[in-house]
Ligand binder design. Structure first.
Ligand code: C2E
Ligand code: MG
Ligand code: MG
Length: 617
């Protein structure tokens, strides 16, 4: 057994840290370095040794960063003399390996290169972590290796280490900005955590500045080009650095994400956030184009984090959650990890759901004409019965899917199944219109309209029977393809509806752009319509104005008889909501529909005598 004696083995914790520092130093498996080569050659000449090496001790091997007199680039760690050297502070001298119990059975002693004499000096970083050693080796024993020779070898090792430190610092700097990089951030976090028990003065918080949303720079590369995007990036870096002149160092941990450590308390961290926010008050100018950016921040109390590797993840999670919530910053809480993991899980299991007929289904919520009281159509609403998470609401998974390429497959699935159902009902004599929700993302694709037409054909559905709902808040003025696609849909006779109207910032005149003829007033407004005079006036006013502009108006979220009567009184065209029926599975809807239609004909039966609860899914 050639491993060092038990009492010479490094503790697993120290060894883990050592390996981490070695990995982070980005030295392993790199091309030769001329300066290190020269130091090794010098060592060989000064000591008249046939072999000289700069050996780095990796987990299972020693790898030679520089070598004289040896062909191979690495050997197994268990055979490495240098693995013993890194456990000491002074030079390890083995005058005759055949006489040393630690080495006499060593493969490198018994066979090639037949080591007899060995002298190695450890290569330690400035913080004292040994990465490997500089050694000289002879194939003949050397009984003498005096103090001055040891000193000389140590000095050469120090020179080698200076060079290694210089190489390491290059690996820790982000070249375009000269800021420290993510590797250095991780390294420093680890050092902070290691020093915690020793009671060193340590930062209390870390702050992440997240300047642009995920995917933003991909978009700018497409719209203004890569060169301008690089310029934008440089301008962003400068702004952040100027805002944080008093804080050193600033790390660039990702393309447009910067991190700093804060000493003191939370108010010190808040001052950092405030300074960066103010720095972005004015737009950046790139190619004469003013670019408005509003950074979001992640704030992490380091005392609440157990593992150093969780710090960056916590910073990223909290800043991303802040962005989604449209607030400047979020303070990290452990539950955010759970939320992010759920998101990840949902996104990863969605493709499977699209293949599995048992997971996705459609529910149909009736829409009633308020003048005749008849059910004139249904809205198809997606349901996901997840094998592990149970029912997952579309309000949760649709916005996630919208960030991925899955959205078009999902809308395809919905259109296909909804149109198939409509055809089945038609054959059974149930003549209805159907509303399908589509994402703006779908409408941004050229293939959308041809695909829609082909599905209508497949199921033999007339375009006029289908309404496509687009959420108001997702519509922005610059979506040319969206308006084009919606016009095509309207031109072929389908209906375009603006969903959740009243939640976005579009005014009525702008809606002309989208070829919409139906407005669905958002349920959050309708549900509260009788709660106060303001919402009442607002909804009543929107209905009146929309009527004048010839829109068909649908009130969503009609939960009670009072709301139903109120919106009917305001001449709203249609109503949809729990008071009429919840979204129902197809067979349940059919049962509901036949009872409901009978009740309409026999109008002596009051509406609320319908046994609604039994029909609810
Ligand atoms: P939405 O399109 O506005 O659909 C109406 C939502 O309001 C449905 O929620 C419905 O169950 C709920 N609702 C209906 N009546 C009432 C009521 O009286 N009171 C209350 N409190 N709620 C009522 P659901 O099914 O959870 O869907 C949520 C959202 O998810 C939908 O809002 C829509 O934006 C999206 N979504 C659902 N299915 C699809 C789909 O197939 N494709 C796309 N792109 N989005 C979908
Ligand atoms: Mg809808
Ligand atoms: Mg809606």
């Amino acid at each position: 057994m050639n491993l060092p004696d038990q009492n010479e083995l490094p503790s697993p914790v120290i060894e883990r840290h050592r390996l981490y520092v070695l990995q982070e130093s980005c030295l392993l498996d790199t091309p030769p370095d001329a300066a290190l080569d020269r130091i090794t050659q010098l060592a060989a000449r000064l000591f008249k040794a046939p072999i000289a090496l700069i050996s780095l001790i990796d987990e299972q091997r020693q790898w030679f960063k520089a070598r004289v007199g040896v062909e191979v680039a690495q050997t197994e760690r268990k055979d490495a003399f240098c693995a013993h050297t890194i456990l000491r502070h002074d030079v390890l001298v083995v005058p005759d390996a055949t006489l040393d119990p630690r080495f006499k059975q060593n493969r490198l002693v018994l066979g090639e290169p037949n080591i007899r004499f060995y002298a190695g000096s450890p290569l330690r970083t400035r913080s004292g972590v040994p990465l490997g050693s500089l050694c000289v080796i002879d194939t003949k024993p050397r009984p003498e290796f005096d103090e001055s020779q040891r000193d000389l070898l140590s000095q050469l090792a120090e020179m080698a280490m200076d060079r290694i430190e210089a190489l390491r610092s290059i690996a820790f700097v982000d070249p375009p900005t000269r800021l420290l990089n993510r590797a250095r951030f991780s390294d420093d976090v680890r050092a902070i955590f290691d020093e915690r028990p020793i009671g060193q003065i340590a930062p209390s918080h870390a702050v992440l500045v997240n300047v642009v949303p995920l995917g933003y720079l991909d978009q700018t590369s497409i719209s203004i080009g890569i060169v301008a995007t690089d310029r934008l990036m440089a301008a962003i870096s400068r702004r952040v650095e100027q805002a944080l002149v008093d804080i050193k160092p600033v790390y660039r941990v990702d393309y447009a994400r910067f991190a700093v450590f804060v000493y003191g308390d939370e108010s010190a961290a808040m001052r950092v956030i405030d300074a960066v926010l103010r720095a972005f008050d004015a737009p950046l100018l790139v190619n004469q184009i003013p670019v408005d950016l509003s950074p979001t921040f992640g704030l992490v109390d380091l005392s609440r984090i157990d593992e150093p590797t969780d710090v960056l993840r916590a910073l990223m999670s909290s800043s991303e959650i802040a962005r989604r919530a449209r607030v400047p910053f979020r303070k990290f809480a452990k539950r955010m990890f759970a939320a992010q993991e759920r998101t990840f899980f949902i996104l990863n299991t969605l493709p499977q759901a699209l293949q599995d007929e048992n997971q996705l289904s459609l529910a149909y919520q009736p829409r009633v004409d308020l003048r005749t009281g008849a059910c004139v159509g249904v809205e198809a609403l997606l349901r996901w019965s997840h094998p592990l998470l149970g029912e997952v609401s579309p309000a949760e998974f649709i916005p996630l899917a919208e960030k991925t390429s899955l959205m078009s497959a999902l809308t395809d699935w919905v259109m296909d199944h909804a149109l198939k159902q409509l055809a089945t009902w038609e054959r059974a004599g149930i003549i209805l219109g159907i509303s399908i929700n589509v994402s703006v993302l779908n409408l941004e694709q050229r293939g959308f309209v041809p695909r829609y037409i082909s599905l209508l054909r497949t199921h033999g559905i007339e375009p006029k029977r289908v309404e496509l709902e687009v959420t108001e808040s997702a519509l922005t003025a610059n979506a040319k393809l969206v308006t084009e696609n919606l016009r095509k849909v309207a031109d072929m006779g389908s209906i375009v509806a603006i969903d959740d109207f009243g939640t976005g910032y579009n005014n009525l005149s702008k809606l002309q752009l989208y070829s919409a003829t139906v407005l669905k007033i958002d349920q959050s407004l309708v549900r509260r319509v009788l709660d106060n005079q303001y919402t009442r006036t607002l909804v009543e006013g929107v209905i009146a104005l929309a009527q004048k502009l010839d829109y068909r108006v649908v009130a969503e979220g009609v939960e009670t008889q009072e709301i139903y009567e109120a919106v009917a009184g305001w001449q709203c065209d249609e109503a949809q909501g729990y008071y009429i029926a919840r979204p129902l599975a197809a067979p349940v809807f059919e049962a509901w529909y036949s009872t409901f239609s009978r009740n309409i004909i026999d109008s002596s039966v009051p509406r609320d005598s319908l046994d609604r609860d039994k029909l609810v899914t």
